[in-house]
Design a protein around this ligand. Sequence first.
Ligand code: AMP
Length: 306
Amino acid sequence: MPALGSVLAGSLHSVNHPAMRIYRTPQAMQRAARQWQREDSRIGFVPTMGYLHAGHLSLVEAARKRVGPKGRVVVSIYVNPTQFAPHEDLSTYPRDLPRDLQLCRDAQVDAVFFPTDAVMYPGRESGDYSTYVAEELVSQGLEGVSRPTHFRGVTTIVAKLFNCVLPDVAVFGAKDWQQAAVIRRMSINLNFPVKVIVAPTHRESDGLAMSSRNVYLSPTERPEATVLWRSILWCRRRVKEAGEVPATILSGEVRRLVETESRGRLDYAAFFDGVSLRPVERVTSGTHMALAVFLGKVRLIDNGRL
Ligand code: AMP
């Protein structure tokens, strides 16, 4: 039985809000956003690449909480080509639009922005798209080492999406900790009038962080994928017991754990300050940890505070 509060919130929502809208061009999205601004509705935004799971839906819920029943929640679904390197999985990235739209409807999303490459990057195929946004500090370490062109693609698309959706609040997942830090930095540096919120990582019952890419895992790889979460728990316990552990020792231990307890290969394990993302030499309680593991054809990432 749903609580009375949520029933009332649901009916209030359906009275005030027409059916979920789908916008396919920046112009149509901006027109709707400007209309909502005139109506004094706050706009909450959740950018995604689709193939939605409960982690994405928890961001939708966080956005709704921020903007209230009268606000508008927009989800974008766009597999952004500029954040994939040529050897990465752009062409095989999982997609299921009908299912995504139904999940958004069920989650009382007001609008989905689902643009094409042609409208987001006009002229890119012929070499005629030439404007990018780059954050040059927070984006350099961690994922930025393994994927040197990734964050330029992310900041470019998020800046463009902000210009289309005109959000008051944008919600990102802690699952991509560095991404959230890069976006926050970009928003401050470029004066976007957007409050950047980071919502907790949603996990499967065995600790695996939910990710659209988890569908790539074979039935034998799937249980092994918990090795990322187990590595975080291992480090948490080590730090609790020892008080302080050198980062080099701990990353060696993580490598051994990953490579003995799974067929995965550790890309990196890093220990850093959770706000500045600066690496630390001595890991203590409160230090943030991130790691990336190749398992079969899949590259998985996770992070957590120790
Ligand atoms: P993606 O579709 O993978 O680009 O992710 C879109 C947004 O959802 C990003 O802000 C991610 O950090 C967030 N996200 C992805 N997986 C999770 C998760 N398991 N828990 C919380 N947020 C997530």
